[in-house]
Design a protein around this ligand. Structure first.
Ligand code: SAH
Length: 221
């Protein structure tokens, strides 16, 4: 029998998790709380078993339906930007649940996470997975995130994990005063963008290059 199977993923992954954290630090991630959470969140449980051995590489991986689990660097960077100087946030909306990994990271820094996915099987799987992991402060929803989630807004933070060409107006409306929205903006070339709401003004800052799946409309069953 393969000794790795005997030792189990727990021990084998400690070294690989530390290597991942080092890589994220080298790539410029500074928020130590975010790093600690990435280090302790079991990413291998968010991908198919056949890909679990690659779960702690700093790379995006397929999750089916043409979608991917985001690269750990991207999750760390967006989380760090969303938090800004805040230790914790009260209410955050995520658009694009995918496998639920980003939501799981957020759930450890936010009182209540609302997440929205438009592909029904991904939504079903992510919801079941988050429940099983005991992440009860994540509310998963099947919906077109272009509408946001008005019933629970406004949100102190909005994180968009798919790239629209323009910011959906509903998301701007649902951002609380002083709230922060992080999203990739654009088509073939995308830029990670931070929007901070100050009253009726939306102060926008263009950050680094990004590479996300497109933001699509409608629900896919
Ligand atoms: N947050 C995920 C990343 C998923 S990839 C992670 O932790 O890895 C982006 C997801 O956004 C895909 O699952 C895609 O189906 C979803 N998506 C794209 N456009 C959307 C929309 N308008 N509303 C909701 N989800 C959307």
């Amino acid at each position: 029998m393969d000794t790795r199977q005997l030792v189990g993923i727990g021990m084998t992954s400690q070294r690989t998790r530390n290597r991942l954290l080092q890589r994220l630090r080298d790539s410029g991630i500074k928020n130590e709380r975010v790093l600690a959470i990435i280090g302790s969140t079991p990413r291998h449980l968010f991908v198919e078993e056949a890909l679990a051995h690659r779960a702690y590489e700093d790379t995006a991986l397929p999750i089916g339906y043409g979608q991917t689990i985001s690269q750990p660097y991207t999750v760390a960077r967006m989380t760090e930007i969303l938090l800004g100087d805040n230790e914790r946030l009260d209410k955050v909306l995520e658009i694009g649940t995918g496998c639920g990994y980003q939501a799981a990271v957020l759930s450890q820094l936010v009182e209540q996470v609302y997440t929205v996915e438009r592909i029904e099987p991904l939504y079903q799987k992510a919801r079941a997975r988050l429940r099983k992991l005991g992440m009860h402060n994540v509310d998963a929803n099947l919906s077109d995130g272009g509408w946001g989630l008005a019933s629970n807004g406004p949100y102190q933070g909005i994180l968009v994990a798919a790239a629209p060409e323009v910011i959906p107006p509903s998301l701007l409306e649902q951002l609380a005063d002083g709230g922060r929205m992080v999203l990739p903006l654009g088509g073939e070339t995308q830029k990670l963008t931070l929007v901070v709401r100050q009253g009726d003004e939306f102060v926008t800052e263009t950050l680094e290059d990004a590479l996300f799946v497109p933001f699509l409309s409608g629900i896919q069953h």
